[in-house]
Design a protein around this ligand. Structure first.
Ligand code: DGY
Length: 325
């Protein structure tokens, strides 16, 4: 008999066909109030779940006594209570690797957009304000040759370092759990303690996951350590940063600018003070959002789910302790 799965994200026809071949699919293609109520109704029979951008806490998952596996279409797994899943031996998988380069591209887009004031100046042209040559009041700051500071030297951190080092001749400094000699060799990068990185970097880029340890890692004290020329980039998770402290640092010109793809609350409220600030470039959590990468992530999640439901260890198993082996 085919296993029952609940998809809370619409996939391409190709991937839908693949899932239909092996499983009985219930599709919830919209997570509005009606969709959430249909999800609750479907959970009691679900053996597998596949989707993204939904906090799947114990309150919801207690409704799914038959659940064997969740395939998240994301690299970040902060929407899941991993201890709870492990206790219930529910296999959680994610989609690393396939989004690394695209997310690093987004990081670099934000670096360039903030330093060269791309959005602000493009809006000036669009608004018919380009009436004479722009002068120093509209100049930006160089990216090439500046010091790139990366906090969290995982796959995406490395891909950012590669762009900075080889593409823009930037000295790379980084902070992570422990020094990474291979990274240092490849990108001529240097390990720093967090306060030292904050004091030395021209670009302070967050690429680390949200965990109990990293929540609120960057607050008023850390912004105070940054240089007034520093540009802050966040492509990890909004909750790694105290957003009130960030807004204050931008208002007080403790830092020059911020490029933000992620926020404490998403979607970002249209009346957020961040959107009043000219030196903020805000994008809608689009780190991995290209057609190619989102399809590759979905395909990876489908593979993970089908493996798990077939009793095989999924390639990207997150909670390895849940695997009975
Ligand atoms: C990820 O894959 O974690 C992206 O940030 C989308 O949530």
């Amino acid at each position: 008999m085919k296993k029952q799965i609940v998809l809370y994200k619409k996939l391409s026809p190709l991937l839908m066909a693949r899932l239909h071949e092996h499983t009985d699919v219930t599709l919830i293609d919209n997570l509005d109030a009606d969709g959430l109520s249909r999800l609750r109704d479907a959970l009691p029979r679900a053996q597998g779940l596949l989707g993204a951008s939904l906090k799947l806490d114990a309150g919801l998952l207690d409704l799914a006594p038959n659940l064997e596996a969740i395939a998240s279409v994301s690299v970040g797994v902060d929407n899941y209570d991993i201890d709870y899943l492990t206790e219930r031996r529910i296999l959680l998988s994610n989609t690393p690797d396939v989004l690394t380069e695209t997310t690093a591209d987004t990081g670099f887009a934000l670096i360039l957009a903030t330093a060269r004031r791309v959005v602000e100046l493009a809006n000036l042209v669009r608004d018919g304000q380009w009436t004479r040559n722009i002068g120093p009041a509209h100049f930006g700051t160089d990216v090439h040759g500046k010091t790139l500071g990366i906090i969290g030297m995982g796959r995406i951190g490395e891909a950012l370092a590669q762009r900075g080092h080889f593409g823009f001749g930037m000295p790379v400094i980084y902070h992570s759990h422990s020094p990474k000699p291979a990274v240092e060799q490849r990108f001529d990068a240097q390990y720093r303690r967090l306060p030292d990185l904050l004091q030395q970097a021209d670009f302070v880029c967050l690429t680390l996951p949200l965990t109990a340890e990293t929540e609120g890692l960057i607050g008023a004290e850390q912004f105070a350590q940054m240089r007034p020329e520093a540009i802050f980039i966040n492509i990890s998770r909004g909750k790694v940063v105290n957003e009130t402290a960030l807004i204050q640092a931008l208002r007080d010109k403790q830092i020059r600018a911020a490029g933000l793809d992620v926020f404490e609350r998403e979607p970002l409220n249209a009346d957020s003070p961040l959107l009043q600030l000219n030196n903020v470039v805000a994008t809608p959590h689009m780190g991995s959002a290209t057609h190619e990468t989102r399809e590759a992530m979905a395909a990876c999640a489908v593979d993970n789910l089908l493996s798990a439901l077939a009793g095989e260890r999924p390639k990207n198993l997150v909670n390895v302790r849940a695997w009975k082996g």
